[in-house]
Write a protein that binds this ligand. Structure first.
Ligand code: CA
Length: 512
């Protein structure tokens, strides 16, 4: 059994876990010529050397030699096409009509004074610099055991630590990206949009600098910046000894916990959701099961008035020609192209290009190259108009489908999306026990074998689409309902185990 995505395709992917067996006859009389592992590609027709290899109805490469029908189209038989030029793309030429609104869907969230809505009620202790991270980790350990049991309405305490803040060229243009990322995370909706920070004292990223509005806001809503004083910033160099540092953090945390503990969930429209989408450890099934189901759920969220973020520049670059026509306006298309161009140049400065994206796991999972991976990855973006583009670490304020620029790296993408999102959806084929401390992460598997191998990590199995047990629409609706439940407090597996990957703000600037 195989799956062909588009009638134009001259390759399809093997469905069965044990792969395709030589000598067996498939649909349409196609005889399998050799063993083809699950998720890998079978040639449906003769493909002459130099001819295009088509999947998703798009060119994923050119045959490096003649390929007979029924043979395994291995990675080395697929020559990767050059990156598409960015200056001749269609701009807003096929804008999808606004889909019918989806009314009446709600979740139970925490409304914040700045208009954002939390899906969790967390005490977060932010940091301006890595130097203070172990001290904050220690203090948060004590908060969890000594304070948190007295505040049952608070979902948890988090040390919001990261690797940035000093030893960097803080005035270099690239520094704006990690700084605004950390600013928006400190003001996160799940931290009541109210920062509590620990600073060292001598670091380059001073609290006042972190919260200075260094650029005009790009969205409609101006950023609300906090007033910094002794109630929300603790400077460790002002304290006498380690135990006083910890005592100062615990005192501030206790006051904050009293406030957080008085909060209650209220019914909020689904339009208050900001859902970040990401894939990690993708395989050739990701683009036909998990990502299209996520795309269907993304359409439902957009119809319900929510914000949906897709990201991962190197996984959008080779599908950009499918997205610029969908941009709501030529300016939105140009903003998308600008993000691609900037990243092309960033990679070139490092002596790399987009082909550096694919991993050994991707290849083992049947993905020949980044073109094939990208065409499957953008299925997460569904079918609605692209409404806005946000650059790295910017806070998204628009509704609808938004491209929020981030690298594809799982933990850097997740950190970048945390600038805006209050819930995260992560699709995986090879499997990753990924999680984030600040938001629920809903994990969707691209094949049933992974969901069965990891029943205590995967929240939703989209592999049923490949075997015909469920449709893309059915899994899409399941995911939509799961998202509303998770936003209302239902624990995801990652939360159950307390899995939280390190924060890794994207820093394209120099380190000193
Ligand atoms: Ca990723």
């Amino acid at each position: 059994m195989y799956i062909r995505v588009n009638p134009r395709d001259n390759v399809a992917i093997a469905v069965e876990p044990e792969g395709l067996t030589p000598g067996t006859t498939e649909a349409g009389g196609l005889v399998v010529r050799e063993r083809i592992p699950q998720a890998h590609k079978i040639a449906l027709r003769p493909i002459a050397a130099g001819e295009p290899i088509l999947r998703y109805g798009e060119v994923i490469g050119y045959a490096s030699r003649d390929i007979l029908p029924g043979s395994w189209v291995r990675e080395e038989l697929v020559e990767m096409p050059a990156a598409r030029p960015l200056d001749e793309l269609p701009l807003a030429t096929a804008v999808p009509a606004a889909p019918p609104p989806l009314d009446g869907y709600t979740f139970e969230g925490y409304a914040n004074p700045d208009g954002s809505v939390g899906t969790r009620n967390l005490l977060g202790i932010g940091t301006t610099v890595q130097c203070v991270a172990p001290t904050v980790d220690y203090a948060v350990g004590r908060i969890r055991t000594e304070l948190l049991p007295r505040f049952p309405n608070v979902d948890g305490a988090v040390a919001v630590t990261h690797s940035y803040g000093c030893g960097v060229a803080i005035d270099a243009p690239g520094a704006a990206i990690p700084i605004r990322t950390l600013r928006h995370i400190a003001l996160h909706a799940n931290l009541a949009a109210d920062p509590l920070m620990v600073s060292l004292g001598c670091e380059k990223l001073q609290p006042a600098r972190l919260f200075a509005a260094s650029e005009p806001p790009t969205g409609q809503r101006p950023e609300s910046l906090p007033i910094l004083d002794a109630s929300n910033v603790i400077r460790l160099q002002d304290e006498r000894g380690f135990s006083e540092m910890v005592a100062a953090i615990l005192r501030a945390a206790e006051k904050r916990l009293e406030r957080l503990n008085r909060r209650r969930r209220t019914t909020c429209p689904a339009s208050d959701l900001v859902v970040g989408l990401q894939c990690g450890g993708s395989d050739a099934f990701s683009g036909v099961t998990a990502n299209p189901a996520v795309g269907f759920a993304a359409d439902l969220l957009v119809r319900a008035g929510a914000t949906v973020l897709f990201s991962e520049i190197t996984e959008v670059r080779d599908a950009v020609h499918l997205l610029t026509p969908r941009a709501a306006t030529p300016d939105v298309a140009r903003a998308l192209i600008q993000e691609m161009r900037w990243y092309d140049e960033y990679l070139a400065r490092g002596g790399a290009d987009r082909s550096a994206n694919t991993t050994p796991g991707n290849k083992r999972g049947g993905l020949a190259n980044i073109v094939e991976k990208a065409l499957g990855s953008v299925a997460k973006a569904g079918s609605t108009a692209l409404c806005a583009v946000a650059s790295h670490g910017e806070k998204v304020t628009s509704k609808g489908l938004v491209f929020a620029a981030t690298p594809a790296s799982d933990f850097i993408c997740g950190t970048g999306q945390l600038a805006s999102m209050n819930l995260h959806v992560f699709t995986t084929g090879e499997g990753s026990p990924y999680g984030l401390a600040l938001v629920p992460v809903v994990k969707v598997s691209s094949r049933t074998a992974l969901a069965e191998k990891w029943p205590d990590l995967i929240d939703l199995d989209a592999g049923r689409i490949a075997t015909g047990q469920a449709t893309i629409e059915e899994v899409g609706w399941e995911l939509f309902r799961f998202i509303l439940a998770a936003a209302s407090g239902r624990q995801t597996w990652a939360e159950h185990w307390g899995l939280a990957n390190a924060m890794a703000p994207f820093n394209p600037g120099p380190v000193t």
